[in-house]
Design a protein around this ligand. Structure first.
Ligand code: ADP
Ligand code: MG
Length: 266
């Protein structure tokens, strides 16, 4: 038996009270749980304090990440670990280089291009989940949804305020650019989103169309060119290829329409 006595009941009560005052009730749980172990293992006071604080910080980071992932509005949570890079071997190295999150600190963008079902939404989400785990606030929506949100803000005279608010998000994900062509007003709203984030905060965009077809989406060669210029200036463009993962093993990946879409992106 060690010479050090077990703490008095008042000390334990004081720890509970103080941890509650710090809004860190886990500290009192960890303090009690680790105390016996610390005494038995002969930890220093500093070892013990560090072990308790480490647990509190880890728990806060994990719950912060969970909150950010839930708040992001992903259609389904997907991760880089879930992605089978054997299906997209050319994407392995560029995507894995992004996992460290340095691109977010540099306010760089990522553009994922490819035919339907090749994993664009999956990878966009997975990069968003990674960003959320690294402490960034993230928002995910389709291009059509973004334009609707910005249009609403515009109608209330709050577009500049909304764009400023969005800049507090380290990452905005715009899925499905090009599935629906934009009216002139929508194209202008989208352009404002891209301009407002340029060199301030990151965008991830996905599209089934190559850049050469974006003029058709935005209805205007000049707007499309100005937009692509800002997006691509500091961006990694990753092109996914092949047949739809959704249709794999179903013997229907040779439909002429799917072949045509693959052709459009190469
Ligand atoms: P896209 O957005 O390009 O149309 P998705 O990302 O929605 O395609 O992918 C379609 C489905 O197939 C999703 O459920 C996704 O998780 C899955 N998927 C696609 N590619 C892969 C892959 N390489 N590894 C694991 N799952 C994949
Ligand atoms: Mg998709």
């Amino acid at each position: 038996m060690s010479a050090k006595a077990a703490p008095a009941a008042e000390t334990l009560k004081a720890i509970t009270h103080l941890a509650a005052a710090l809004k860190a009730p886990r500290i009192s749980q960890a303090a009690a749980r680790l105390a016996e172990h610390a005494r038995a293992a002969g930890w220093t006071h500093e070892d013990y304090l560090a072990a308790i604080l480490e647990r509190e910080v880890a728990a806060r980071n994990a719950s912060g990440a969970q909150l950010r992932i839930r708040a992001a509005g992903f259609p389904a949570v997907k991760t880089l670990e879930d992605f089978d890079f054997d299906q997209q071997p050319a994407a392995r190295t560029p995507v894995q280089a992004l996992a460290s999150g340095g691109w977010l600190a540099e306010h760089r963008n990522i553009v994922l291009l490819g035919p339907p079902g090749t994993g664009k939404t999956h990878l966009a989400t997975a990069l968003g989940v990674t960003a959320a785990r690294q402490g960034h606030r993230v928002l995910f929506a389709t291009a059509t949804e973004w334009v609707a949100r910005l249009g609403e803000a515009h109608d209330r005279g709050r577009l500049p305020a909304e764009l400023t608010r969005l800049r507090r998000y380290g990452l905005v994900i715009v899925d499905e650019v090009g599935y629906l062509p934009f009216e002139q007003d929508a194209a202008n709203l989208f352009f404002q989103l891209v301009s407002s984030r340029y060199e301030h905060a990151s965008l991830v965009l996905t599209s089934n169309l190559p850049f050469s077809s974006w003029a058709g989406v935005f209805g205007d060669q000049v707007v499309a060119a100005a937009m692509i210029d800002r997006i691509v200036h500091h961006a990694d463009v990753i092109t996914l290829k092949g047949a739809s993962y959704r249709l794999r093993d179903r013997g229907i990946d040779t439909l002429p329409s799917i072949k045509a879409e693959q052709g459009s992106i190469d």
